[in-house]
Structures are given as C-alpha cells and as structure tokens.
Design a binder for this molecule. Structure first.
Ligand code: SF4
Length: 323
C-alpha cells in the first residue's frame, strides 16, 4: 500500500520581500503549534506529514514546490491562525518543524536565555473584555494538567535543550491550583527552564507570585488589545456606526499597526501623535531605560538581535514604519 503523505503549510500572509525587513516579524517568530499538534496526532495513526512554515522562512515557495514535486502529498493543509495542543495528544511534533527551535524567536527582551520556545497550555477565558475576540472559545476554559505541562517542558529540555518558555495562554493563572502544582513540580524537580506568561491582575497575588518566581517565572504580561471581529467592541462599532466613530474595515491594513477605527472626537493624525507620544514617554523613562540596559546581562541574546537589526529598529522609532 502506498503511504499517503500530508503537507501542512503555515502561510506568511503578506509579501515575502516585506517580511524580510518586517521588524515585528523579526522581533517575534512563533512556531505553528497547532500544525505541530495535528502532525503529532497523525503520527499515532502512522500517517506521514510534513510542515513548511513560511513565517519562519519567508522564502519557502521553492521548498513547497520541491515537496509537491518529490513527495506528491495526498492532502495539503493550511493554518492561518495560532493553535494549541489537542486534548489527549502527548507531545506536539516539533521534530517536523524544519529549523525548530533555532528559526523561532520570542519577542525581543522577553526572555533570558536561548534556545527558547513558545507553548500554549490552556484555551479560553471566562471574561468578556470589550476589545477581546471570544468568538471561538466563548466563555470556556480548558487546560493541560500541571503534570502534563511539566512533562512537556521536560521533553523540550531533553530533546531541544530549551531553556526558556513563553506561555501564550490567554490566562495562564486562571486555574490557581494547576499553576501552584506546576510551580511545585518545577521547584521540586528543577528543569533549569524559566518561563513567561500572561495573566489577569485579579488572578495574581503575592503568595502566588513568590511561588511562580521560585519556579522560574521571569516575566508576567498584564495587558492585551485585539479589537478584531468577534470582540464585543467590533459588534458595537458595526451596530452604532457613525454615532461612535468611523471605521475603515480594510483587511489589507488590519495589521495592528494602523488606526482604522477613529473614535468620535478624535482624528487619525491625533491618534498617531498620541501613540508616538506614549511610546516616547514610556521608552524615555529612566527606569525603563535602566531595565533595557540591564538586559545586557539578563538577556544577552536580545541585545545581539537588537544590534543586528538596529537600523530597522531606529527606522521604526523615527518613522513609525514597520517595513
Ligand atoms: S482580554 Fe484577557 S481577560 Fe479579557 S476576555 Fe480577553 S483573555 Fe479574557
């Protein structure tokens, strides 16, 4: 019997020429965890698959053509969103991601050591912030157990020498018991892996922070803004129209870098000025500058990346142009 093959493609989503200089891509290259999970699931049924990630390697066209010519896969799958591990699957198929982990880069200054990786250990969030898309998971919340998580990190350490993990969960600390158990496992059987996560402030307290720090937690992000279709604010904008502002729904420009909704009473120019002012006032604060300077010894790899791309970063700082 001929062994059927499947090719999974994570499309780039925009022009490869632009991608090469896109500072937001260079500052954060996340692996397609959903495709890797599906590949792992298929492996359990002896179905052979391969992943080509155009985001990590914008010049993958040739690779795709070659694969199609040589392997003639029975199916091709595309993923245009980030995904997570499916319940019941032990380990995502990192081995199938060519270039993993070195082709992937966590957000600059967001990690202490390399090689590092990202991970999603839960899905959903029971809250309904107006700007947040809850259309897929609604108010549900499901998660990997603390033991699963610990084993997963151990796998990454043993097989890829991963030294830092960025958890992309919406609400890493929502289930306090899970996080406490995970932290204790990391303290009792250290893996020498640090981690970052995102949380909602009311799901943190001093005791939990102390425990997480002892377990290797390096940074917690507390804010987020994604006013896309599915978020309550998007429906409100559509319903109330001109009464609350003007909205240009141009998907070519919906890249989180441009103001497409202008609230009544403001202009696009004014919002751009306020945005730049905010950036400048934040990054010029002495404590922030000292924080970044301290990254020279706290995250040397971030500084190497920063210096390598200093021209692009300066261009962005002065012109607000990403590419
Ligand atoms: S912004 Fe955070 S807390 Fe609010 S709904 Fe989204 S994931 Fe939940």
């Amino acid at each position: 019997m001929i062994q059927k093959k499947i090719l999974f493609i994570h499309p780039l989503g925009y022009n490869p020429v632009n991608a090469k200089t896109d500072i937001s891509r260079k500052a954060n290259i996340m692996p397609p965890l959903g495709l890797a999970s599906i590949a792992a699931y298929l492996d359990q049924f002896q179905i052979n698959s391969h992943i080509i990630d155009c985001y990590a390697d914008p010049e993958s066209d040739e690779l795709i053509v070659k694969y199609l010519e040589n392997e003639a896969p029975a199916f091709i799958g595309f993923s245009c969103t980030t995904s997570s591990f499916l319940d019941g699957i032990r380990i995502a198929e990192y081995e199938k991601l060519s270039g993993y982990p070195s082709s992937y880069k966590l957000p600059i200054f967001n990690y202490p050591k390399v090689p590092n990786a990202s991970c999603i250990s839960s899905r959903g969030c029971p809250y309904s912030c107006s700007y947040c898309d809850r259309s897929v998971f609604r108010k549900s919340f499901r998660y990997n157990s603390a033991r699963y998580l610990y084993n997963h990190l151990k796998y990454l350490k043993d097989n890829f020498n991963i030294r830092h993990i960025n958890f992309y969960d919406d609400q890493f600390t929502f289930n306090r018991r899970r996080v406490e158990e995970f932290a204790r496992l990391m303290i009792q059987n250290p893996l020498k892996i640090t981690f970052n996560c995102a949380a909602r402030a009311e799901h943190l307290d001093f005791e939990l922070l102390k425990l997480m720090k002892a377990a290797g937690c390096w940074m917690i992000s507390l804010a987020k803004f994604t006013p896309f279709p599915g978020s309550p604010i998007y429906s409100k904008i559509k319903e109330q129209g001109e009464k609350i502002g003007t909205f240009t729904e141009d998907w070519e420009k919906m890249d989180c870098m441009q103001f497409l909704f202008i609230p009544k009473g403001l202009t696009k120019q004014k919002m751009e000025v306020l945005f730049i002012d905010f950036y400048k006032s934040h990054f010029k604060r002495t404590t922030v500058l000292i924080g970044y300077m301290s990254m020279i010894w706290r995250s040397p790899d971030s500084w190497i990346r920063f210096i390598k791309d200093i021209a692009s970063f300066l261009k962005f700082a002065f012109t607000n142009k990403r590419m």
